[in-house]
Design a protein around this ligand. Structure first.
Ligand SMILES: *Cc1c(COP(=O)(O)O)cnc(C)c1O
Length: 390
């Protein structure tokens, strides 16, 4: 059977699922220049504005001057530099764990960590709304995947009772990337103890933002040390790039020996490590507290405004604010209309989210001007009415 690339692209287009990139030609600030126009940025994960922070930039420049531009090799060859170890110690202290290991991205972390922990004969219990990189990691591991309905820990308990295996791993997002709600971590910890399973939390959207000093959603929910693997990323609230696993010394050793994305990839370069290190320090400072307060204030203002306008929004209180629009086609028309008024908000369609739940996913930043947000709520509502979403 022949299926040309041309036909495949036509098929993607005909289903309203064709994607392309948009060009930003300014810094990643609260307002950006996108495709030549000034836009209010409402779809960045740069929650605290650190991607544009002078302290991170200065640290990167110093690192380039001191150590050059590349690590030159993978970690187990000659690519482990002082900055890798400094960053790992800082992350372990930040997360209150024995040890930490850096990865080249969140995707690389999930596709490295999960297959290092489980394989054929093992079981992974995975929330249905977990990030795609978790699903990729599970598929790559060869372990059997048992998906439970979103945040339904009772159903998870039943699955754990029914299915035993050599090793069992429960894995969940801490803050769900497309819904913006939190995982019930206290209940998941209970279950993992009761059933002697491992628990892994992907806190890509919680690191730097949730809990005291931005230590993450496990800290917020009071279960930090009971989570076996706390994975997080540096590319979102931390304004840099890369990822980490905060773990026991024992699990760290296993990852060093088994995680293929760690072993077979050139390690993070000095400039990136130094920016991450500066960010980990900054989020724990009083400036970090101030940025989190601003982010929380902006989130409340924006959520309340859209809620009062009558939009359908999943329960939640985080800086990720989804507005359900329904079909992929309406969602794309909505985001085009927003762009034409100076609001950059990404429409999210299948396969990123289940069919029929296409949405606009707004994300707030500490650096947004509240007046811009009030204006945007009014414009979003007007377009919503025009397109029949409201
Ligand atoms: C963004 C994200 C990742 C991937 O992290 P990158 O560093 O961007 O590769 C993994 N998990 C979740 C939940 C994410 O939101």
């Amino acid at each position: 059977m022949k299926h040309s690339i041309h036909e495949e692209l036509d098929e993607i287009r005909s289903r309203g699922l064709f994607r392309s990139t948009r060009l930003i030609s300014s810094r990643q600030s609260a307002r950006v220049n996108c495709n030549g126009c000034d836009q209010l940025l409402l779809c960045s994960n740069n929650y605290l504005g650190l991607a544009d922070h002078p302290a991170l930039a200065a640290a990167s420049i110093r690192a380039i001057e001191g150590y050059g531009t590349s690590s030159g090799a993978s970690r187990l060859v000659s690519g482990t530099m002082e900055l890798h170890e400094e960053l790992e110690q800082a992350v372990a202290a930040f997360k209150g764990r024995e040890a930490a290991l850096t990865f080249n991205s969140g995707h690389a972390a999930n596709t490295g960590i999960i297959p290092a922990l489980v394989g054929r004969g093992d079981l992974v219990f995975s929330d249905r709304l977990n990030h795609a990189s978790i699903v990729d990691g599970i598929l790559l591991s060869g372990a059997r995947m048992l998906r439970y309905p979103h945040n339904d820990f009772e159903q998870l308990g039943r699955l754990l009772e029914k299915h035993s295996g050599r090793r069992r791993l429960i894995v969940t997002d801490g803050v769900f990337s497309m819904d913006g709600d939190l995982a019930p971590l206290a209940e998941l910890v209970e279950l993992k103890k009761q059933h002697q399973a491992l628990l892994m939390v992907d806190d890509a959207h919680g690191s730097g933002v949730m809990g005291a000093q931005g230590r993450g959603s496990a800290e917020l929910l009071g279960v930090g040390s009971d989570v076996d693997i706390q994975m997080g990323t540096f590319g979102k609230a931390l304004g840099s790039f890369g990822a980490y696993a905060a773990v026991s010394e024992e699990i760290r050793s296993l990852l060093v020996n088994r995680a293929r994305s760690f072993i077979f990839s050139t390690s993070l370069p000095p400039a990136v490590l130094a920016a991450s290190l500066a960010a980990v320090t900054l989020v724990q400072s009083t400036e970090g507290d101030l940025l989190r307060e601003r982010l929380a204030g902006n989130t409340r203002l924006f959520r309340q405004g859209l809620h009062d306008a009558g939009f359908i929004m999943p329960e939640g209180s985080t800086q990720i604010v989804p507005v359900i629009t329904g079909s992929a086609e309406i969602t794309m028309r909505f985001s085009e209309a927003l762009l034409s008024e100076g609001i950059f908000a990404q429409g999210i369609r299948p396969p990123t989210v289940p069919a029929g739940t296409s949405r606009l996913r707004f994300t707030l930043m500490a650096t947004h001007d509240p007046a811009d947000l009030t204006w945007s709520v009014e414009r979003i509502s007007a377009i919503g009415r025009r397109l029949g979403v409201l």
